[in-house]
Design a protein around this ligand. Structure first.
Ligand code: PA5
Length: 460
């Protein structure tokens, strides 16, 4: 069993009044929060737009449905649509923003690596996958369209928007649809190239109907940033040839630990508890998610959104920050070691760091003085960097948590996604904040639309 592990060895310092005893004293409140999370799905009704607790039972539900009625359930639909895209196109563009793209983007990075799209088709596990619709950056879009215009083969378009009204994604959809229509005229019908993932309401449903495009649903009761394990993340993952069942099984395994383990052995409750203690007792309100592999930078960014949008309310909530080490030890390391004591660092560490086979060559002349490393692997050097950095922070009573993944695969990633979603909700309960919804984001949207409408009518 490949379980992710939470290592709290350097998370407690009696000198700073945060100890395992404090975590145990928080246990009754954590237990109360756990009960709330367990009961929330029973309290859900479609009439409560800012209450989306159904991400919690979702992994088991989706797996059970798949086992009962293979082919016709949500997973069956995901496999069917992914299979068709994998057979028919060499390139897929995914349009979405926030929770409608960050999970899929994190999965691409984690499981396929940074150069996947550059590989020839024979060495890829599926079509190339690009993302857009997460900004209104004309230069980025123009560059990607230029790449697509050089394609002789048809390409596919997956548009993901729960509301269907998000301006960034909607504008991109018009632009990419136009390009796709021009292409599709050469290569067949649009319905073979477009897939829509949306909520039960909103204009995208009509659009799917109009183009006879397959439509998958963002399940009701699951909010954008909690939707990575629904078709929102699973379809792009399946297009990439990832094992989506293992992703869900990982999440279900984390659910079991969350439901069964006591404080002190429960990764969700312990993580939420330690973060909460440092924030409330010591004013440590910056959460650094430090990935010790480039592959998990996307996961860190996904967590940025999860934490910021869920808990950044009512003038509360910690500030997330993603770092990639050792890269960022050369930019942020100084501040993390000696700056304000306002940071709690979570290290995302691979127990078996990749790069065992890549070794430092020996030179007959030791011109750069590195022969003491000859024959050592990248993995050895990375392990020393993690240990050395944690020691340095601990020596200065700066707290770190290690979240260890035995391997980087779909099963361990499913665990991490679910663990972080659950612990964010538990923290929300401890703070008395509704972790669902993002009412503050409406303000910029309303202003932007007003400004654009005024500009359109010549008022600006
Ligand atoms: O977490 C959320 O709900 C948001 O970040 C949304 O995912 C984001 O705003 C995109 O919304 P939509 O999927 O409706 O386009």
């Amino acid at each position: 069993m490949q379980s992710v592990e939470l290592d709290l060895q350097h998370a407690f310092f009696p000198q700073r009044f945060i100890t395992p005893g404090h975590l145990q004293r928080l246990a009754p409140r954590l237990e109360w929060a756990r009960q709330q999370v367990l009961q929330d799905p029973n309290r859900w009704t479609p009439e409560q737009p800012e209450f989306d607790p159904l991400f919690f039972p979702w992994p088991e539900q989706a797996l059970q449905e798949h086992r009962r009625q293979e082919g016709s359930g949500v997973l069956g639909q995901v496999f069917q649509v992914a299979q068709r895209l994998r057979q028919e196109v060499q390139t897929v563009v995914v349009l979405g923003i926030g929770g409608s793209y960050m999970g899929a983007w994190a999965l691409l990075q984690a499981c396929r690596g940074p150069f996947y799209n550059l590989l020839p088709p024979s060495r890829r596990q599926g079509p190339r996958v690009f993302f857009d619709g997460f900004n209104v950056d004309g230069q980025y879009t123009a560059s990607l369209l230029e790449v697509l215009s050089g394609e002789s083969d048809p390409w596919g378009l997956i548009v993901i928007s729960k509301s269907g009204t998000t301006l960034e994604t909607a504008v991109a959809l018009r632009v990419y649809l136009e390009a796709l229509q021009n292409h599709a005229r050469k290569s067949g019908d649009l319905k073979h190239h477009l897939v829509v993932i949306t909520g039960p309401q909103g204009p995208l449903g009509q659009l799917a109907q109009r183009w006879q495009a397959p439509r998958l649903e963002v399940p009701p009761g699951i909010g954008g940033r909690f939707s990575v394990l629904t078709p929102v993340g699973l379809l792009p993952a399946a297009v990439l040839g990832l094992n989506v069942v293992a992703l869900l099984e990982g999440a279900a395994a984390m659910n079991r630990r969350f439901m069964q383990e006591p404080v002190g052995r429960n990764p969700v409750l312990d993580y939420a508890g330690v973060c909460h203690l440092w924030e409330q007792r010591q004013g440590v309100h910056i959460r650094v998610m430090a990935s010790w592999t480039n592959a998990l930078e996307g996961l860190g960014m996904w967590y940025d959104q999860l934490l910021a949008e869920s808990l950044g309310k009512e003038e509360q909530g910690a500030t997330p920050l993603t770092a990639v080490n050792t890269r960022d030890l050369h930019s942020r390391g100084q501040q993390h070691q000696q700056g304000r004591r306002d940071k709690l660092i979570t290290n995302l560490v691979l127990t078996q760091p990749p790069g065992k086979l890549l070794r430092v060559p020996a030179w007959t002349e030791d011109l750069d003085g590195l022969n003491y490393l000859a024959g050592r692997s990248y993995a050895d050097i990375m392990a020393a960097a993690v240990q050395g950095t944690n020691q340095a922070y601990a020596q200065d009573l700066r707290p770190t948590i290690n979240l260890r993944l035995p391997e980087l695969n779909e099963f361990t990633l499913g665990q991490v996604f679910q663990m972080l979603m659950l612990s964010t909700v538990v923290e929300g309960k401890l703070l008395g904040i509704n972790p669902y919804g993002q009412p503050g984001v409406q303000q910029y949207k309303q202003n932007m639309v007003r400004i654009l409408r005024q500009a359109g009518s010549g008022q600006v």
